[in-house]
Design a protein around this ligand. Structure first.
Ligand SMILES: Nc1ncnc2c1ncn2[C@@H]1O[C@H](COP(=O)(O)OP(=O)(O)OP(=O)(O)O)[C@@H](O)[C@H]1O
Ligand SMILES: [Mg+2]
Length: 240
């Protein structure tokens, strides 16, 4: 579903190497958790996957579509929840969702079905007719989550999606990620919440100073430690 091959990205004319020769794959039906300390390169990687930044070198394919040579087609393959919900805030939640529905060419009936289902799940139904300016951080986050799924994308990319969500909403989001993968789709998300990564992910990648220092299952990560250590301890050791 996702293939990154030798992807690199520098900022400030090469003085900051944010992502360094990154190669990783996410298979169909998998949830991939992307971990790493602050400044490790997670958001930069996600911005390259989603086309917000251009990679300096290497290649990225989503659902076998190359993000550079077929950028529009590649964008149709994923839904994206960025790390902070910067959205037009002088329109209503419903107007925002319809705007996204128009961009992605989602038919009215289908759009309505998804909006109703997800707004109910996230208890956002009553707020949809209010302007976004009046939303709390968590409400905006939920709106962005709903918008990212309107076109039923095969690949779902989320950058620290649990931030600002209350426990019930975080629980619902995790269920939604699982359900998405059960349909043969895939999820790629970054998080600092190790417990979530441990319980939810099929695969885990750990990035440090732009380089992938581990990629595999939780069992594989533990195997090296004979199951003696928690993910927290392993993470602290690996990223020291
Ligand atoms: N626009 C930018 N200009 C210059 N340097 C940047 C820019 N964005 C990120 N960086 C640098 O690139 C590196 C990787 O940053 P990135 O935002 O990808 O990290 P991250 O893993 O998402 O961190 P966090 O966990 O804090 O979100 C850091 O050294 C950061 O300072
Ligand atoms: Mg980040």
């Amino acid at each position: 579903m996702l293939k990154l091959l030798n992807v690199s990205k520098s900022y400030n004319k090469g003085s900051i190497k944010a992502v360094d020769n990154l190669t990783l794959e996410v298979q169909k039906g998998e949830i991939f958790g992307f971990l790493g300390p602050n400044g490790a390169g997670k958001t930069t990687t996600i911005k390259m996957i989603t086309g917000l930044l251009e990679n300096d070198s290497g290649s990225i394919a989503i659902n076998d579509v190359d993000t550079k040579t077929s950028s529009i087609e590649a964008k149709k393959q994923f839904g994206f929840v960025p790390d902070s919900p910067h959205i037009y805030d002088r329109i209503t939640g419903l107007e925002y969702l319809n705007f996204l529905g128009d961009i992605y060419g989602v038919a009215a009936v289908e759009r309505e079905g998804t909006i109703n289902e997800l707004a109910r799940l996230f208890e956002l139904e009553d707020a949809l007719r209010d302007i976004i300016q009046s939303y709390s951080h968590g409400m905006q986050q939920k709106l962005v989550i709903i918008g990212s799924l309107l076109h039923k994308p095969p690949f779902w990319v989320l950058d620290e999606p649990m931030v600002g969500l209350d426990p019930r909403s975080a629980h619902n989001l995790k269920q939604l990620m699982r359900a998405h993968c059960a349909l043969g789709n895939s999820v790629f998300f970054s998080t600092h919440i190790l417990e979530v990564a441990e319980k939810l992910c099929d695969q885990i990648g750990i990035i440090r100073k732009g380089q992938l220092i581990f990629s595999g299952t939780m069992d594989e990560l533990r195997g090296e430690k004979q199951g003696r250590e928690s993910l927290e301890q392993i993470f602290l050791e690996l990223t020291e």
